[in-house]
Ligand binder design. Sequence first.
Ligand SMILES: C[S@@+](CC[C@H](N)C(=O)[O-])C[C@H]1O[C@@H](n2cnc3c(N)ncnc32)[C@H](O)[C@@H]1O
Length: 219
Amino acid sequence: MSITLQTYWNNRFEAGDIWGTEATPSAVMAYPYFAADQAKRLFVPGCGYGRNSNFFGEYAFHVTACDISEVAIERASNYAKAVGLSNVKHFVGDYLNLPFPSTERFDGIYLSNILHMYTGEEREKLFHHFTSHLRKNGLLIFSCLSARDEKYYGAGVELEKDTFLVENRIMHFFHENELQEMLQDTYQIVEMTLHNQRIDFEAGAEKDVQSWFVVARKK
Ligand SMILES: C[S@@+](CC[C@H](N)C(=O)[O-])C[C@H]1O[C@@H](n2cnc3c(N)ncnc32)[C@H](O)[C@@H]1O
């Protein structure tokens, strides 16, 4: 587990619920898919302070959620406990090194703004890693930055194609065909649409970013 990464996220989350307390639009859009599938067990890696893991928990799914930041997990767990969500289990952990048996499979995996934080090689590894914990016919649902975003695309230093270093953080902006290519061997794409997502809630600085909402079924 990288201390630097953990410290970075802990510091950010010390400031509070930095993206608000509501579930992300993509979690709200994901819910009917998981419900229609009668998914029972969901995995939410990189859950942050729990705005989405607890949202799914409120719909009675059995949710396993992890984050590298103990500040975030403490807040997520406290909320779950306060409202009696015994069906949501949060733990501090690196999603690259999960404490599950390699045979562990979930009915659904939900990723909010995770995949774009990496270089191409890292994204591929992470994508296959998450896929290995999804059962056949299970749903992978995620949001990620889009290369069609006009406000943020191109800011910072370009490290790789469509991948920029902004304030020492990697931001990759996905093209539609790139997502199709990433998914096509192991998934059937069910929905791939753009939506707006609020990313900055500082007073007077509310910012929206255009993101992909992707629903894919494991073959
Ligand atoms: C952009 S934030 C998104 C948080 C959350 N998904 C949400 O939308 O509220 C990325 C999250 O990934 C977590 N994270 C980064 N690297 C991680 C890792 N290797 N293992 C687990 N969590 C990680 C961070 O602590 C942070 O909460």
